[in-house]
Design a protein around this ligand. Structure first.
Ligand code: F6R
Length: 611
């Protein structure tokens, strides 16, 4: 995710752009840049936040009424000055900002290299603008047409804005998969990833649809699609408070991030998994596949929600790859004297990539010769840099302190890793491998269906919002989901909650059960279904209140549970990706009803950079 802003009109462009970029920093903030036309094409870009860009640019020539700006959340290439946007074409005449990922950039780059192009950055975006320039200078078309032709050939997601030194009255924008809004003012136009940078100047906007191109030329706007059909702009009036738009219309970042999961899981799988080709590619760990296959064991180090994702991964790796796995709290691992050797592979899982305990665990394991892989969300973060290799989760910035979309993206990446190894190792039949790929590809749609349960879960939350304790119980793959459900509830609603393997209940926690104890069972139709049905009966016999998360069509559990939440069915190993959704919503609604600060719970920070 990145934020983009453009301005063309009579005002000074730079202040409009910089202010807009600051509003979009929630979309990414590892580097920022602007391109301004004023007889020359002046480009200023800097690693860091928009404020760092401004510090760098403020004494430079900023006079211009046409410009584009970008705040980056790195995907291709580490965050640094060179990889920051805007990117220019080889001739130095075209400048582009891009939000998205061009999946076929490697093939385009190879062709352009053969034609003599050279590249300064590691980004797909620099390839993209040169691909456009190559069409522009080698065919008899104007720039807008060259952009359109290029868009028919690129694969992936984009929101782009382009300006040209040859024509300061022109700005071209297009989108597919990444958002883009055109603001229409008096003798001026704005572009932005969302309406927040625009609304203080005009409330008239056009939300571009996928595969639409906006051409702003000589103070007028033309919209066409990539089939070259001109479209009538659908102008809408924005009537929203600034803060609400920043949260994309949601009351809290947490809710927005819960609802983003069909997309964030889709982004995580995109370009890596193609079930119809039986293809699974995790470029970042390609060179380490043999090492993982032959590892004595896999050690997973992580904290909090990331540790729960690690537990799910343990079950998946052991089942499919037949490699022993141990999951360690990074904070414990680093302070004991663990046995680690060069035949071990360590996987460090971290959303922020900055968690101090996880970093320390990595350096301990490294000092003992182990190979370290990272599963991080934040590109270029300390953990991503400290590992030998890894795969990013591509979930987009997670702003709510309670982790939601990072968890499902981590499990998605770890599942892909395990399936890749299992196939190469031959520990999974081709048929099972293929079925799992198909099932994994269907997860974003199934998560979307689980999100449709929001109203039912809000209703259940109202009943239990004043509870003082909760128990979460699950077996097998659903045991880590129980732990995660309990953590989500306690951290944002301050209700004491415990997660347990359902079978362990009889060894202690069953003593807690009475008519005041809500018990969330994750009881989907898997290999331990019959056993968990018995556990539900044990709770009901002691008058506990049962909220059961079950597979669609279950007829058994509704006869005994107080509330039944039916989620789409999937393979046992993938169920955590779906079963966690109602739990996230339950904790969110209960916390809101209790008047808690959901996005910034007391005593917590988004990234724990202290021991
Ligand atoms: C829980 C939560 C924390 C983090 C933990 C690790 O909702 O957000 O438990 O999961 O602090 O953080 P990362 O994944 O950034 O290393």
């Amino acid at each position: 995710m990145c934020g983009i802003v453009g301005y063309i009109g009579k005002k000074e462009a730079y202040p409009v752009i910089v202010k807009g970029l600051q509003r979009l920093e929630y979309r990414g903030y590892d580097s920022a840049g602007v391109a301004l036309l004023n007889g020359d094409l002046n480009i200023y870009k800097k690693k860091g936040k928009v404020v760092d860009l401004h510090e760098f640019a403020k004494d430079k020539d900023l006079s211009s009424t046409v410009g584009i700006g970008h705040t980056r959340w790195a995907t291709h290439g580490e965050p640094n000055d060179v990889n920051a946007h805007p990117h220019t074409s080889q001739s130095g005449k075209l400048a582009m900002i891009h939000n998205g990922i061009i999946e076929n950039y490697a093939a385009l780059k190879t062709d352009l290299l053969k034609k003599g192009y050279s590249f300064q950055s590691d980004t797909d975006s620099e390839v993209f603008i040169n691909f456009i320039e190559d069409i522009y200078i080698n065919t008899d078309v104007d720039l807008a047409e060259a952009v359109r032709l290029a868009l028919t050939k690129v694969v992936g997601a984009y929101a782009i804005a382009i300006i040209s030194l040859d024509d300061p009255t022109l700005m071209i924008a297009a989108r597919k998969g990444s958002p883009l809004v055109v603001g229409i003012g008096k003798d001026e136009f704005f572009l932005a990833s969302d309406a927040t940078p625009i609304i203080e100047y005009t409330n008239e906007v056009v939300y571009l649809d996928d595969q639409e191109i906006a051409i702003i030329k000589d103070n007028s706007l033309t919209i066409k699609n990539i089939e070259d059909v001109e479209l009538k702009p659908y102008i809408q009036t924005v009537d929203m408070e600034l803060e609400a738009i920043e949260k994309g219309g949601y009351d809290h970042f947490m809710l927005k991030e819960i609802f983003e999961q069909p997309k964030s899981i889709g982004d995580c799988l995109r370009g890596r998994l193609k079930s119809n080709e039986g293809k699974l590619v995790l470029g970042g760990i390609n060179d380490y596949v043999n090492k993982i296959m032959n590892a004595d064991r896999i050690l997973i180090v992580a904290c909090g929600t990331s540790w729960h994702a690690g537990l799910v991964a343990e079950y998946i790796f052991e089942e499919f790859c037949r490699i022993p796995v141990e999951v360690e709290y990074a904070s414990e691992f680093r302070y004991r004297n663990p046995v680690v050797s060069e035949k071990d592979v360590v996987i460090a899982i971290s959303q922020s990539g900055e968690t101090a305990d996880t970093l320390a665990a990595i350096s301990l394991a490294k000092s003992r010769g182990a190979t370290i892989l990272g599963v991080c969300n934040v590109v270029g973060s300390s953990i991503a840099r400290a590992t030998h290799a890894g795969s990013y989760t591509h979930a987009g910035p997670e702003i709510g302190v309670a982790s939601t979309k990072a968890f499902t993206a981590q499990i998605s990446v770890l599942t892909m890793m395990a399936l890749m190894i299992a196939q190469k190792k031959g520990t999974l039949s081709e048929r099972d491998y293929h079925n799992l790929l198909v099932e994994l590809e269907s997860i974003p749609d199934k998560v979307a269906k689980a999100l449709d349960l929001n109203a039912q879960i809000e209703y259940i939350s109202e009943i239990y919002k004043d509870a003082t304790n909760f128990l979460y119980l699950g077996r097998g793959y659903n045991f880590p989901v129980a732990l995660e459900g309990a953590l989500k509830l306690k951290e944002i609603s301050y209700i004491h909650a415990e997660g347990y393997p359902a079978a362990e209940m009889k060894h202690g926690p069953i003593a807690l059960i009475d008519e005041n104890m809500p018990v969330v069972f994750i009881a989907t139709h898997d290999s331990s279904y019959e056993k968990i049905v018995s556990n539900i009966q044990e709770v009901k016999a002691r008058k506990g209140q049962v909220i059961a998360i079950v597979s669609e069509g279950d007829t058994e559990i509704p006869k005994m549970a107080d509330h039944v939440i039916e989620v789409p069915h999937t393979h046992d190993a993938l169920m955590p990706l779906i079963a966690v959704i109602p739990q996230q919503l339950l904790s969110y609604h209960i916390a809101v009803m209790r008047g808690c600060n959901v996005d910034q719970p007391r005593n917590l920070a988004k990234s724990v950079t202290v021991e």
